[in-house]
Structures are given as C-alpha cells and as structure tokens.
Write a protein that binds this ligand. Sequence first.
Ligand code: SF4
Length: 440
Amino acid sequence: MTAVNRQTVYDRFDDSVNGGCASNAGIERPVLKQRGQHEVFCGLTGIIWLHRKIQDAFFLVVGSRTCAHLIQSAAGVMIFAEPRFATAVMGERDLAGLADMNDELDRIVRQLLDRRPDIKLLFLVGSCPSEVIKLDLQRAAERLSTTFSPDVRILNYSGSGIETTFTQGEDACLSSLVPTLPPEGDKAPPSLLVVGALADIVEDQFVRLFEQLGIEGVRFLPPRCAGDMPPVGPKTRYLLAQPFLGDTARALDERGARRISAPFPLGVEGTTLWLKAAADAFGVGSTTFDDVVAAPRARAEHALERYRAQLSGKRVFFFPDSQLELPLARFLAREIAMELTEVGTPYLHRQHLEQELVLLPDGVVLSEGQDVDRQLDRCREARPDLVVCGLGLANPLEAAGLTTKWSIELLFSPVQGYEQAADLAELFARPFDRRTRLAV
Ligand code: SF4
C-alpha cells in the first residue's frame, strides 16, 4: 500500500482550480481539487479479480517482497488449484544492478512455462521497484514472445503504485490487450463490445438481456479465455462496464471503435440506462426495450425496497479510492434516498462520467484527488452515518466512532445489473448491521 506525498500527481487533470468550476459536458459542477498525501492500494490489486476472469492467463509480477506480500495476502493462498499469479522477487543484487535482470527474467519465465503448459497468456506486471531501476518489461515481453509464440502470448503492463490508484491496474492490463485484438472481418456486421471485468454470472445475465433485445454476438473484454479475444474495428461499438478504463478506451478509439456514452450499470436506473444506450445504438425500438427489461427491472425495484427503508436519509461520505464513487453515489442518492455529503474520487474522467454527473443531486460536494488530512477533517466535521473508504482509513475512522465500508469490496463482489442491485444495496446496509451487533 502506498501513501505518497507529491504535489504534481494530478497535474494532468488540472483544468480547474481548487473550488473552481469544472465544465462537465453540459453540466457545471464545482469540483474540489486536492493535491497532497493520498492513501491508496496500487494497481497490482487488480490481479486479484483479473486472474479469476481470464482463466488461462498468468500474472507474473516483477517486484519486491512487499509486492509479493500484497497480492499474496489480498488474494489469499490457492490451496487446491495451481495459482495464476506469482512474483519474481527482485533481490538486492538486482536492485544494485549487479545481476542481469533480463537473463534472470528469461530463466524464470522459461521455468514457469515449462511447468505450466496450461498458460496461454502471460502478463509481466511492472511494480515500483522495476520502474525505479527502469527495467524495460515491454522489451522483455517482445523478446520472450518471439521465443514462446504462438503457444503463449506475452504482454506487459504496470501495476506500480507510483502514480496510480488500485483500479488502474485493470485499465493498464486491458489497454495492453487492445493492440493484440484481431481485426473485425470486412463483412462482419456492427458489433457490441462490453469493456471491463464483470463476474461471470453478471456477464451471463447481460448476454441473455442483449439477446432478448436482438443484439447478437455481444463480446466482452477481458474474455474468459486467451483464445477468445474479441475482434475490434470501426464497426465495433463499445460500452464501458467500469468507469476507470480511460487508457483502454483510448486504445479502442485508436482501433476505430466508438464508445457508447452511458451511465454505469449499478442499480436499477444505471442498468436500465446502460442497456438503453446500447439498445439505441443498435436501433432497438422502445417497445421491445420496455418489454425485455420490465420483469427484471420490477424484480430489482421490489428487492431494493427493504434497503431503502433501512438506509433512506442516512448520510454518506466517499473518500477517493476505487473510481466507482460517482456511480455509487448516484445509486445511493437516487434509488436508496441516502444523502450525499462529499463524493471523492481519485480521478474524474469528465467524458466517461458525463451521464453520471447529470444524474447526481444538486449541491453535492465533489472532490478529485486527495489531501488526506484535510479530507479527514471535513469528514469528521460532516459526521456522516457511513464512510466509504480504503482499507487504510477504515480502522482509524471506526475507532473514531464512524461506520465504514471498504470500497475495495465493491470490486470483488458481483454488483452490476438488475439481479445484483439489492446485493449492492446490502453492501451498504451491512456495516450498520455489524455496528448494531457489536453494540449489543
Ligand atoms: S507495486 Fe509498489 S505500491 Fe505496489 S506493493 Fe509493490 S512496492 Fe508497494
């Protein structure tokens, strides 16, 4: 976990001043810009859900013992299965430049692939230490690819915590895949690509809904197998399932694909608008759309009622962590009737979040970046009923009498879509249940 103190981290987003007005595609909202110490997990964390998603991929972190401990303790030890991630630990000789890291890396990769013929896609994942000594993993991936292709594809991306927040690991991973995706065929019809790792169960539900809408052959990035990479090209329309995929979207745009602008599929409203955006892009009529979504939508609305009764009116404060903060805040405010105090996000991608921004209630305080001490002061002053934050802040806040929710849990749980709307609400109800039990 990193706690870094740099003043320049967010300079590339510096298109508004502290407390100034940021232009948000048709909506002007004040955004409090913060640049100071921030508390986040690094991009290695994404391996925890990505290794479960791409079932024949392997993630080899080139890093330190700290990196090994991070993913090992966060992902747990796989006792019955062969693990699909590991760390090539850089020792003092490597860091001091006394050993040839490339020779070492080649040896480890060869050993791994000899032992594990099931691996079809190998990611060399960079870390803070590998970046500090400027180990060129891109070149290493190219060199190793010539040796092991076509049996194994070898790619690289950075999971370093130097300038990232933890969900950027997925963005870096997916954007490394985009240039390798096959081109779409000349005669292929327009296709829909859903981008962002979703739990298999959620993916299956969306496939069924798209089929009922008459949108056939929907593909997903990442796919479940390395051999099932979706084709991409100018006839591809893509729908982001996660709000933190800026680099991946840019890489898809460069391949000619076009993004469908939509809110994110969290909650009943988000899911409906997300599906509707796809339906509109593929010419599905309103009547068909309404017919298809009516039953799951009604079920989900009904399932949310008990959580609305439980959570309505409670005040929630978001620390910046997962980049899911805006869609979550919109869901909690509009569907659960919770009151938003401050909604912090590490980065605010104004284009990708334009449809979320218009749905947020007036007057909500939005903040981008972090200056953790000042934000803690604002949080204590606001005395919210619930604080959504990273693991590093949760314990001290709980000790100070605040009820917290770990935002990282939202990445590990299936929360998108109609059938999961109530599960999503329950994740915010649980901390209150826990506190009640502790108080008994
Ligand atoms: S990549 Fe950096 S921040 Fe992440 S565990 Fe390794 S050293 Fe720590």
